[in-house]
Design a protein around this ligand. Structure first.
Ligand code: 26W
Length: 824
């Protein structure tokens, strides 16, 4: 029968080798004798992909038959990183495939290293989406991700002369074994055009239609998302723009063949490049085009699937939940309303009821400069009908507000979706709130802050139940099992297997070993091995050898003033001055430190680029000071990305999460570092607060002012003289003396603190920061004490699994249920 010819996904080393060779010889048209690491990567990936596609098919079939309610996660960013190691580990075939390729003379490490990162994101928001995809599958949720298939991911960072230089990340140079092009799944998307009124012949009603615009085609590419401990495989669908096959025949006939083709070529620019801003809004038309293009293609796909079920429209929210990852996909609310009213001819109220029951909105930032606002003219030109619908949504909303708060005109102008500024702007966050049934922040403190500050009026209008918190999480598959196989193995020995990878609360079982000397010794040995792995990376990238005994102090994240890498490096200068002032004898008693900083600045963010230059300049002096030697090294890690994070995260003794209180919505790398046995130096901000609650306040080094103090401090800065904390004054003095190169380079950075209001409270928190660092130096000397803190911390991290986060969303926002595909 036909079944005989269906190749079985491999389960043994020999089966793997057969499939591998088959891919080398037929798919790649090579032979084993002519197979380099790159080809070995491709063949291994294709073999793993075969396995995933088989479970992907089973999952999608089951979903088609059972037709459960599904969630669609709309995110403009998915920072997936590499996929091969993750796929092998999640399907529990890494062992056999490793043995398989070893026989052929390959080393797994080198093969895995061939894969380019899928870096389709900026930072926290994009990586969260990637962790959520892993957890959606691993907890068997019927859920898809929808995003854009950028041809260029986040730029690659080079350091030239101490400065950041950006290079394009064209990640699709070689075949991408993970993507399945679905050229047959395409949607035509319109831009510009005009709105036409007409009378419906049957009902006699006044209707509107949008027409006459430019058309661009969206084509689907599917990426299988493997889960751990499940037969389910979910789908991530990314859209790519291509010209429509339609042709401007007028131009063609006029003999202007070339320009009619080149017009069409412009289509491809829509998904060409990821915008590299993190937490900073810049109102570019192309960005709005990306948003509409992606949202519309995705909605079209979702509606097509719903229509197959032949259910009435009012059942749509029983079948479909759509989550908006920040405001970037907010036009989906308007587009769904447009489809239901203009094309499906539902009444406004029926349509709006469906819309609001369908959407949920997650806010990821309170920074005012990050909030999306589109100029009304730009918006109306590109999407004329959508702007009209926004006006109507706003009108009905304001009528409701007026009823609730008669005579409060201030309130009306405060909450209006249209900001009456010059130019007038559409406030996307307000639109997202009005069009959703739930709005959530990403950590307790953050959720409380948005309810009492930027969205305060909306809490009054809708009541508190519409607003909720879902604290972020991270996937323990990638961030423990994959990044730190040694620790994962040790834990599995103590807890009797790898069950903690799908039930992270099991980690509490480690508590009883926190003071066990033998266990501590193994724990420390693993930390040391991970530090050596990072030291090798540092050596190969910078040529600098670091002392493995030193305290590894790491801050890796996007460079941003609110994240305060400037506080870190100014503290390093203070440490350097302190060491220089010591006698030889005193110096020999100090704890050696390697300070590691990494991260990208947005290309147009001047101050962040100055901070990078200060870090590299301080490094250039300190690292070559023979008197200091191993006591202090300052390393800037070039091009921080997901695959480097997998090496960096397990290697920290201390990591820094030192944002000005109230500015970091959650942070997720804080969770990754603690899960890998590093301790935190942090402010009382974002998820640091909950981490403290879960692991105990003795296991974290907190410092600095609280969020509730920030407003008063900023106010004070405006009205009184700047008084530098004495230690900061000394640091400024040596920088200005030229100790780290021409001081003019750093003038604006120093001025932002000294003369321009110190918005991020660097001076206010400086001494408290130094005190916390002193405490760290003291405690690090007690190796066993440190190890027990580390073990107890890991034991308390169960809460921060992204599985927990996904189950909270599933329960309280999406109302969906797990649907596992059983073994067949
Ligand atoms: C429009 C420009 C823009 C681009 C990206 C504005 C805002 C963003 C993101 C929402 C910024 C972001 O990544 N926020 C981070 O989200 C993480 C996941 O929830 C949190 O852990 C971080 O604290 C937050 O900064």
């Amino acid at each position: 029968t036909w079944k005989k010819f269906v190749p079985k996904p491999f389960e043994t080393k020999e089966e793997f080798q057969k499939i591998f060779i088959n891919h080398v010889e037929t798919t790649l048209a090579r032979s084993l004798y002519n197979c380099d690491d790159a080809a070995a990567f491709e063949a291994t990936a294709l073999s793993a992909r075969d396995k995933l596609i088989s479970s992907w098919n089973k999952t999608q079939q089951k979903h088609s038959i059972r037709d459960p309610k599904r969630v669609y996660y709309l995110s403009l960013e998915f920072l997936m990183g590499r996929a091969l190691d993750n796929a092998l580990l999640n399907t529990e075939t890494k062992g056999i495939s490793e043995e398989g390729i070893n026989d052929f003379g390959f080393r797994m490490e080198d093969v895995l290293d061939q894969e380019p990162d899928a870096a389709l994101g900026n930072g926290g928001l994009g990586r969260l989406a990637a962790c959520f995809m892993d957890s959606l599958t691993s907890t068997n949720q019927p859920g898809w991700g929808y995003g854009l298939r950028y041809q260029y991911g986040i730029f690659k960072q080079k350091i030239v002369d101490g400065y950041q230089v950006e290079q394009p990340d064209y990640w699709l140079t070689f075949n991408n074994p993970w993507e399945i092009p679905r050229k047959e799944i395409s949607v035509d998307i319109m831009f510009y055009g005009y709105v036409r009124k007409y009378t419906d012949e049957v009902t006699g009603k006044q209707c509107k239609t949008w027409e006459g615009g430019d058309l661009i085609k969206a084509v689907a590419y599917d990426f299988p998302v493997p889960g751990y401990g499940t037969k389910n495989t979910n789908n991530l669908r990314l859209w790519s723009s291509v010209p429509t096959s339609e042709f401007d025949f007028q131009k063609f006939n006029d003999g202007d063949y070339e320009s009619s083709v080149s017009e069409q070529q412009k289509a491809e620019t829509i998904t060409a490049v990821l915008y590299p801003n993190d937490n900073f809004y810049s109102g570019k038309e192309l960005r709005l085009k990306q948003q509409y293009f992606w949202v519309t293609a995705s909605l079209h796909d979702i509606l097509r699937r719903f229509k197959k079920s032949k259910r009435p429209w009012k059942e749509f929210p029983d079948q479909v939940a759509i989550q908006l990852n920040d405001t970037h996909p907010t036009i989906a609310i308007v587009e769904l309303q447009r489809i239901l009213v203009d094309l499906e001819h539902l009444s406004w109220d029926e349509a709006w009821d469906i819309v609001t029951k369908t959407f949920g909105y997650t806010n990821h930032t309170v920074l005012p400069e990050a909030l999306e606002k589109w100029p009304v003219d730009l918006f109306g030109n590109l999407l004329p009908r959508h702007l009209e619908i926004i006006y109507d949504i706003n009108l009905f909303f304001l009528q409701k507000v007026e009823k609730l708060f008669p005579n409060d005109r201030e309130m009306l102008s405060r909450v209006s979706v249209i900001e009456e500024s010059n130019p007038r702007q559409v406030r996307m966050a307000y639109l997202a709130i009005i069009g959703s049934h739930k709005v959530n922040g990403v950590a307790e403190l953050h959720s409380k802050l948005i309810q009492t500050s930027i969205f305060k009026d909306f809490v009054k209008i809708y009541g508190p139940d519409k607003f909720t918190n879902v604290t972020n999480g991270i996937t323990p598959r990638r961030w423990l099992n994959q990044a730190n196989p040694l620790l994962s193995k040790l834990i599995s020995e103590k807890l009797g297997g790898y069950g903690f990878l799908t039930d992270l609360d099991k980690l509490t079982g480690l508590k009883k070993y926190a003071h066990d000397k033998e266990f501590q010794a193994r724990w420390i040995e693993i930390k040391n091995a991970n530090k050596r792995r990072l030291a090798d990376l540092i050596k190969s990238q910078t040529g600098i050898e670091v002392n493995n005994e030193a305290l590894f102090d790491i801050q890796v994240k996007r460079i941003h003033e609110y994240k305060r890498q400037q506080l870190n490096i100014l503290g390093v200068v203070h440490r350097y001055l302190t060491l220089k002032a010591m006698s030889k004898e005193e110096r020999s008693k100090q704890v050696p430190r390697v300070v590691i900083i990494g991260g990208k600045s947005a290309p147009g963010y001047y101050m962040a680029k100055v901070i990078i230059k200060l870090v590299t300049s301080v490094g250039a002096v300190v690292n070559n000071d023979e008197e200091i030697g191993d006591l202090l090294k300052v390393i800037f890690i070039e091009d921080y990305n997901v695959s480097k994070a997998e090496i960096i995260t397990p290697a920290s003794d201390i990591s820094q999460h030192i944002s000005t209180a109230g500015t970091e919505a959650s942070g997720t790398s804080n969770m990754k570092f603690v899960l890998n046995g590093g301790l935190i130096l942090g402010t009382v901000d974002g998820a640091n607060v909950e981490i403290t609650r879960e692991i105990g306040e003795d296991n974290i080094f907190l410092f600095g002012h609280l969020a509730e103090d920030v407003e008063d401090l900023r106010h004070k800065h405006r009205y009184s003289q700047f008084e530098a904390s004495p230690n900061l004054a000394k640091v400024f003095e040596v920088i200005e003396s030229g100790m780290f190169g021409h001081p003019g380079i750093f003038t604006n950075l120093i001025n932002s603190i000294r003369n321009d209001g110190d918005h991020y409270l660097v001076n206010d928190d400086f001494q408290s920061y130094l005190d916390a660092q002193d405490l760290i130096d003291k405690e690090f000397v007690d190796k066993d004490g440190w190890a027990s803190k580390s073990i107890n911390s890991v034991a308390g991290m169960g809460f921060f699994s992204s599985d927990r986060a996904i189950l909270e969303y599933a329960d309280s926002i999406w109302n969906i249920e797990a649907l596992p595909v059983e073994e067949s």
